[in-house]
Design a protein around this ligand. Structure first.
Ligand SMILES: [Mg+2]
Length: 378
């Protein structure tokens, strides 16, 4: 299982419709496809989304560590990831400054290594992690649209499709947020409603908005204020309102999970494989949250079905999994996963049984997304 080749390919995967959130509008996902090939011809596939920074510096980081990966074993996942981090961010300062950024850049390598290892031994990654606890993973219906009318119509569709939890991005202006939440609540009846301002609110704004929005029976509000306000910021907000809070951007690393969980500030942690640097980091964060009886909600960035499959593998093995997880691949005009079918049925996807991460790459879609990336303006 010695690695003979390491390839990275920049892609642009267009969304079906523009994506609107507190940070503006996006028309597609910038992705770096990571492929690791063994001497036996097994190809492990992962991805690093360009959410953290533009694609060019990500490619540069990945290119720098290529020599560390070639000739190593696919089972060297932990030592290799430590070596890659130390090489890229400096051995002397490795413990402090850069885990967040390194996690997001190198997660694609970690996922590709797991995929290659699983395919080499013909086992799904969840089996190598100790086996499935969950036979399926439940997702929220992710409301899309620009206007209040569009959001309301889509929320109704998602509700009719059987999603138990509906999730709305806010942080787009106080009046807009109020009108959108009101309209979505009306459209979905008594279904569970969660909102995410993506750190857009100040402490005062958050307190005011949560008081106003509490009439719409919100189940949870995700990261209403900046992660830079730390556990204390979330805790003081939590004490001033009755609506449960989730930490998203506040938690990437196990150390941050411990600080947030022990503060009593939140009832849920939203975190994904890219924030944690891959599957092993995700399992560590989940274990820490479990000690505090806090569940983990899968987080999504601008990613493809590759991450959906990897998340299914990892999430199926943790006991404290939430039932309103985030999925993003349905937003794409064309996914990079050919099979299995990743469309939730009544909000659920069965956990995967194929070897590795459990998917077949859509080679045609990769070629088209590569062409689309090359056509992007500089
Ligand atoms: Mg969020």
């Amino acid at each position: 299982m010695k690695i003979k080749d390491f390839r990275v390919t920049p892609l642009f995967c267009r969304f079906k419709q523009p994506y609107f959130w507190a940070q503006g509008r996006h028309d597609g996902a910038h992705i770096v496809l990571v492929q690791i090939e063994t001497e036996e011809g097994v190809v492990g596939v992962g991805e690093t989304p360009g959410t953290v920074m533009p694609i060019t510096p990500i490619l540069s980081f990945l290119d720098t560590v290529k020599s560390n990966i070639i000739d190593r074993s696919t089972s060297d996942i932990s030592p290799l990831m430590r070596e890659i981090y130390a090489k890229s961010f400096g051995i002397e300062t490795a413990s402090h400054s850069s885990p967040r950024i390194a996690n997001q850049i190198f997660a694609g390598i970690e996922l590709a290594l797991w995929d290659a290892l699983g395919k080499s031994v013909n086992l799904p990654v969840c089996d190598m992690l100790g086996g499935k606890i969950h036979k399926e993973v439940s997702y929220f219906g992710f409301v899309q649209g620009d206007t209040v009318d569009e959001l309301s119509r889509h929320a109704e569709e998602l509700s009719n499709d059987g999603f138990k939890v509906i999730y709305l991005k806010v942080g787009r202006g106080e009046d807009f947020d109020f009108q959108a939440t009101k309209a979505v609540r009306k459209a979905i009846g008594e279904k569970r409603l969660r909102i995410d301002p993506n750190e857009a609110w100040s402490s005062l704004q958050a307190e005011t908005m949560l008081r106003k929005l509490s009439q719409f029976d919100l189940e949870m509000v995700e990261q209403p204020i900046s992660a830079l306000s730390g556990a204390n910021g979330l805790k003081s907000l939590r004490e001033s309102c009755l609506i449960p809070l989730a930490a998203d951007q506040s938690v990437f690393t196990p150390e941050e999970a411990e600080i947030i969980c022990s503060s009593g500030a939140v009832n849920l942690i939203t975190v994904g494989l890219h924030e944690t640097g891959g599957i092993l980091g995700f399992k560590k964060v989940a274990s820490i949250a479990e000690v505090f009886s806090i569940d983990i909600c899968l987080h999504g960035v601008f990613e493809t079905g590759i991450t959906t499959c990897a998340s299914l593998q990892a999430a199926s093995t943790i006991p404290n999994l939430d039932d309103g997880n985030q999925i993003m691949c349905q937003l794409l005009e064309e996914d990079l996963v050919l099979q299995p079918d990743l469309k939730p049925k009544l909000g659920n996807i069965k956990t995967l049984t194929g070897p590795g991460l459990g998917f077949e790459l859509n080679q045609g879609a990769v070629r088209r997304a590569s062409k689309a990336y090359k056509k992007l303006p500089n």
